[in-house]
Ligand binder design. Structure first.
Ligand code: URA
Length: 444
């Protein structure tokens, strides 16, 4: 078999066999197929699409391209003698998405272990690893053994993906990002699910974002993606629930690494933005139900709410930071997190109702400030970012602070101010607030 034959077959609209897909993934992962051929293959997959069977075979080939974890031994046993299921959560990526920072300790404090491997930001979307690295000393490079030992000991670990877990996805994802082949449903499905299967989850909650700040911009596309993810999970004998969530405006108020950590800390103190808190509680309830910790979503929500209000989730976060070498004094007093030299509030240019707050534009403004990457591997500035002070639907008076920019460079500050101002649209008529979630799949 030759790489060229496999590329040609897909280019001409053929259906690839399991063997052809496995061959290509194995050879590419071990550097026996060059990037230029893999780029051509990805473009052929992007343009010609993939059947469900091909997508499944690609997912499994990627999941088995490196080490696979067995997390059953970290799952606790209930009083009734049953093992809880190991549940993972994945977001398809967005702007201001700091949910994992809150969710992982919250769920762990409810008695369900959360062993979450997470990624870096790319493009205008942020990444949990970058956010965590705003905490001085916090280690995101735990070995698999240290990762599992920590979950066994304190019930939670949030770390970067180990180098040998689904390495095919790491290579292919970087190539997709450089070849305009990211926004393909089969490629997104195989990328996400290969990582989740390799990480050993029995059940998965997917936070599928839709809107200007997401890979899926329309409700139809987001639903097609969510349905495909759930179907693939079922095929792989995993329980999967997908929630389609709004990403037309940033999630919460903060966009930028240290600012988002601060907002996550506020939320763990039960004092964060209402929408973000509700978003985290909703996902937590799904995780608690899937794990079998509680039976109904209502009980799960009550448990999650109590755990947040009692401070137990915050204590778990603190414990996690300490266990991973982070400076706890910086989370006890977030003024110790990296801070930008220039902080400028921008007033609303007019009165009216906020009709739009383009999440992608805010994300790109933060990248421009140095808070995100334009290329893989670029260093980032954890201190910079944007705080938006209003949500779509709010009545805004001229002159009140509309948003605040945290910057370390005057020119970049000015560019960001202009960009974020343009991201705000006003209307004279009242505007409906955006929902947090649009749909649950499966529906019930
Ligand atoms: N998140 C992933 O992990 N992979 C994708 O392809 C898109 C979002």
């Amino acid at each position: 078999m030759h790489a060229l034959e496999v590329i040609t077959k897909k280019r001409d609209g053929g259906e690839l066999s399991k063997e052809e897909i496995e061959f290509f993934v194995r050879r590419y992962t071990t550097d026996q197929i060059p990037d230029y051929q893999a780029a051509a293959w990805l473009m052929a997959l992007f343009l010609r699409g993939m059947t469900e069977r091909e997508t499944y075979d690609l997912t499994l080939a990627m999941a088995h391209s490196g080490r696979t974890l067995d997390m059953r031994d970290v799952a606790p046993t209930t009083e009734a003698g049953e093992k809880l299921l190991v549940v993972d959560k994945h977001s398809t990526g967005g702007v201001g998405d700091k949910v994992s920072l809150i969710l992982a300790p919250l769920v762990a404090a409810c008695g369900v272990p959360m062993a979450k491997m997470t990624g870096r930001g790319l493009g205008f979307t942020g990444g949990t690893v970058d956010k965590l690295e705003s905490i001085p000393g916090y280690r995101t490079d735990l070995s698999v053994d240290a990762f599992k030992a920590q979950v066994r000991e304190i019930g939670v670990a949030l770390s970067g993906q180990t180098i040998d877990l689904a390495p095919a996805d790491r290579k292919l994802y970087a190539l997709r990002d450089a070849t305009a082949t990211v926004e393909s449903i089969p490629l997104i499905v195989s990328s996400i699910m290969s990582k989740k299967l390799a990480a050993g989850a029995d059940a998965i909650v997917l936070d599928v974002k839709v809107g200007t700040g997401a890979f899926m911009e329309t409700a139809d596309d987001a639903e097609r993606l969510a349905q495909a993810l759930v179907r693939l999970g079922k095929e792989a004998r995993r329980e999967v629930v997908a929630l389609i969530a709004d990403m037309n405006q940033p999630l919460g108020r903060a966009v930028g690494n240290a600012l988002e950590v601060r907002e996550a800390i506020d939320t763990l103190h039960d004092a964060g933005p209402r929408g973000l808190r509700q978003h985290c509680l909703t996902i937590a309830a799904e995780v608690l139900c899937l794990s079998r910790r509680v039976e109904t979503r209502r009980d799960a929500l009550t448990l999650a709410l109590e755990t947040l209000s009692s401070g137990a989730a915050w204590q778990k976060f603190r414990q996690m930071v300490e266990a991973q070498g982070g400076d706890v004094s910086c989370v006890d007093d977030p003024d110790g997190l990296p801070q930008a030299a220039i902080v400028e509030a921008v007033p609303a240019p007019r009165s009216g109702y906020l009709a739009g707050l383009d999440a992608a534009e805010v994300g790109l403004a933060v990248v421009g400030l140095g808070g995100g990457r334009e290329e893989m591997g670029q260093p980032i500035d954890h201190s910079v970012g944007v705080l938006v002070h209003h949500r779509v639907g709010d009545a805004v008076r001229e002159g009140v602070p509309l948003f605040t920019v945290h910057a370390n460079d005057q020119e970049k500050l000015e560019t960001a101010c202009e960009r974020v101002l343009r991201a705000h649209a006003f209307s004279n008529e009242s505007v409906r607030p955006l929902p947090l979630f649009y749909k649950r799949i499966p529906e019930q």
